[in-house]
Design a protein around this ligand. Structure first.
Ligand code: PAF
Length: 280
């Protein structure tokens, strides 16, 4: 396993691998890896000859009041976690390498990114798809792996691949959960013991919604009203949004008669958490 920080070196590594007819699997991350990331890496390893994991805390996707500075970073820890998985390369460029001072081109999605997290974090998805487009250009993967926890992110990336005719297959893998079913997230490391316990309310609420919808309650307004009552039972949680939408178009729905995804976002203290669940 080698660590490459230079874009030119990364590109020539890929060129050599391609010459030998190897397929490339890619897992983009912002580091501080957890079992969710490692499940993506294992899937990449199974599907591809060469596996590249990028570790890059992308400044473009953080708002001015967000946690870019304090976002957890520990490359040595990440290397130790990745070493046993037999990957080929960690691509870990600096911010200057990815975004030199004269950088001026961005990719933007204008529909799926309007609601949900996009509404609460203006510019976030523009930052995500710009960096992912750059990473795809550098690594030229056959398959790239994303977690279902960031449902809106993977929907927008799929749309970008379609709209820009990118030759990469997007594979979305299920959210990996802790023993108490809290979704794994690098941001869980910010939570105190009490806050960590309170964070269970996100998935509990999503399970409540799924059960109601799958037990023939079709009225989404009613389902969400009841779910919000449940959320009030956790005083540490401050809701940002709770919505039930079409899994592909992300359009909000009134009736639970087709497959849906329920998504939740909110704060526990200063930590912003998200989660989601697929329904039928
Ligand atoms: O999901 C993430 O960790 C990031 O948004 C990604 C896809 C690595 C882009 O910076």
């Amino acid at each position: 396993m080698q660590t490459i920080t230079d874009i030119k070196k990364m590109k020539s590594f890929i060129k050599e691998a391609r010459k030998k007819g190897k397929t490339i699997g890619f897992v983009p991350t912002m580091g501080y890896l957890h079992s969710g990331h490692l499940s993506l890496v294992s899937a990449a390893k199974k599907s591809s000859d060469v596996v590249v994991v990028s570790i890059f805390v992308n400044p473009l996707q953080f708002g001015p009041k967000e946690d870019l500075k304090k976002y957890p970073r520990d490359l040595e820890r990440d290397k130790k976690l990745l070493a046993p998985l037999g990957i080929d390369v960690i691509f870990s460029p600096t911010a200057e390498e990815m975004f030199p001072p004269d950088f001026s081109c961005y990719a933007e999605e204008t529909k799926l990114s309007k609601g949900l997290c996009g509404k609460k974090r203006p510019g976030h998805f523009k930052g995500v798809i710009t960096v992912v487009l750059k990473l795809f250009q550098i690594i030229k993967p056959d398959i790239a792996f994303f977690g279902a926890k960031d449902w809106q992110q993977q929907s927008i990336i799929r749309k970008k691949v379609k709209d820009f005719h990118l030759d990469v297959e997007i594979n979305t893998l299920p959210t990996v959960r802790e023993e108490d079913e809290v979704a794994m997230s690098s941001r869980n490391s910010y939570l105190s013991k009490k806050e960590r316990k309170a964070s269970r309310i996100l998935y509990q609420t999503l399970c409540f919604i799924k059960e109601m919808a799958e037990n023939d309650e079709k009225d989404i307004k009613k389902i969400l009203k009841n779910a919000k009552k449940l959320l009030k039972s956790e005083p540490l949680f401050k809701l940002e949004y709770l919505e039930m939408v079409d899994p592909e178009t992300l359009d909000p729905k009134d009736t639970a008669d087709k497959p849906l995804v329920a998504l939740i976002a909110g704060f526990i203290g200063k930590t912003r958490l998200i989660d989601n669940i697929l329904i039928r």
